[in-house]
Structures are given as C-alpha cells and as structure tokens.
Design a protein around this ligand. Structure first.
Ligand code: MD3
Ligand code: FE
Length: 222
C-alpha cells in the first residue's frame, strides 16, 4: 500500500470469534493525548532494541514499557518480564490512564493490565510471526492499540502451519486477543509509510496491554 491506496480491511465474518476488532476506536483527540503520554514515557524510559535469545541478533522494532512489568529480551537471558529498564535500571513509568481506559472498555477482564509494551516501528521494521507465551496468565486477553502509520498485520492459528489472514491496522484501531486467539501466531509484515499524519517523524507505535502473573501467584489487589 502507498499513501494513496486504500487499506486492506478484514473480512469480518471470517475473523475468529475471540478476535475483538475495533477499527477507529480512538479518535484524533484521543490519539493525540495518548501519543503525548507515550512521548513522556519514552523520555523517562528510552526505546531500546531487544536482542534475540542465543544469537543476540537485534530486533528491528524498538521497544520500551510502562506499568509494573515490562517485556525485555537479550542474548544471555532471553524473553521475559522485568520490573526495571534494561539500560537505566529504573522502574518502568506508570501506565497512562488512557491506556487503562481502553483495557476497561474492551477487554471484558476484571483485573487491570500489569504490563504495557510499547513497540516502535521505524522505516523497514517488522515483527516475524510468533506467539506470545512469556506470560503466566494466558487466561487474560491481550489488548493492542495502534498509533501512526498503518501496518500489515498477519493473523494465523494455533499452529505455525495454519492459514494466515492479513489486513491493515490503522492509527486508532484497537484489537483484543482473547480465548482461542490468545495463543495464535501473528506478526507485522510491514509498515506503510505516509499513511498517517499523527507522527511527524513517521512510523508506528503499538501498545500491547497484558496480564502477566498467574492468578494463583499474585500477592492480591486483583
Ligand atoms: C494475536 N505486537 O508485541 S499487536 C507483540 O503490532 C506483537 O506491534 C504486534 O505482536 C504489533 O507481541 C501485534 C496485535 C496482537 C498482539 C498480541 C496477540 C495480536 C495478537 C496475541 C495473540 C494473537
Ligand atoms: Fe505478539
């Protein structure tokens, strides 16, 4: 897609029943307000490039986190959640109220998110197909918020060999991955430059809100 062509929309009847799709959930003002919060989070907890377990190859997506727990990865210790930024050692900034409000509105889950991973896709960044299995609580859904340039999203099934459907996620779109889709393979094939005016520098942010700790390990507070 270039900036003049139309985004690819999903065939909504073909989407899995546990895939919540809320295109344009955030309007222009809500996107601006959330972006301002993300800028402040990045000022306190700078974007870093995680590296792959064993190989040490860097991701093309830059990341940071807010909330009690943040997703990190490096060559020595692999994928995991940590309480502190891997470079500064500081605790993650608090999760913005706007992001928590999206979770409350769409997740159908009583407990609030513990982790919010902020992915930044600059020119050429992509995220290969994977499934999210670093959380102990897999009964909770994952909520994703897209901001900035549109991206071609790939959604597969529980096995890597399952059929993949692809469509674009645009700025303000929210998706909820619950039930069966929680463990589905998915990825970002590419970002479409020039498709949103939200980020003057171009590129795309994605926020993923998650429960991490298993319901029976928790100290309380829901
Ligand atoms: C489908 N992020 O951070 S968000 C990730 O746009 C990740 O940055 C992508 O995959 C991004 O792990 C996709 C949408 C998403 C998130 C979690 C899922 C889709 C999912 C979990 C299961 C199935
Ligand atoms: Fe993922």
């Amino acid at each position: 897609m270039n900036s003049r062509s139309q985004p690819i929309l999903p065939d909504r009847a073909a989407l899995p029943k546990d895939f919540g799709y809320f295109p344009g959930f955030l309007g222009a003002q809500a996107q601006d307000a959330l972006l301002e919060e993300i800028r402040a989070i990045i000022a306190a907890a700078p974007l870093f490039l995680p590296t792959m377990p064993s190989t040490g190859k860097p991701f093309s997506v830059a990341m940071t986190n807010c909330g009690q727990l943040g997703w990190v990865s490096d060559k020595a210790s692999g994928y995991r959640y940590e309480r502190f930024h891997p470079e500064s050692g500081a605790p993650w900034p608090k999760m913005p109220n706007q992001a928590i409000a999206v979770w409350r509105a769409v997740s159908g889950h009583k407990a609030l998110p513990e982790a919010c991973l902020i992915n930044f896709y600059g020119a050429g960044a992509k995220l290969g197909d994977h499934c999210d299995r670093d959380e102990d609580d897999r009964s909770a859904p994952v909520v994703s918020i897209s901001l900035g340039d549109s991206a071609r999203f790939r959604l597969g099934g529980l096995r890597r060999s399952d059929k993949v459907t692809s469509f674009d996620l645009a700025s303000g779109d929210v998706v909820v991955l619950g039930g069966e889709t929680r463990m589905a393979y998915h990825g970002i094939a590419r970002v479409h430059p020039g498709t949103s005016g939200l980020l003057p520098e171009g590129g795309r942010f994605n926020l993923t809100l998650r429960r991490v700790s298993s319901p029976d390990q928790r100290s309380g507070g829901g």
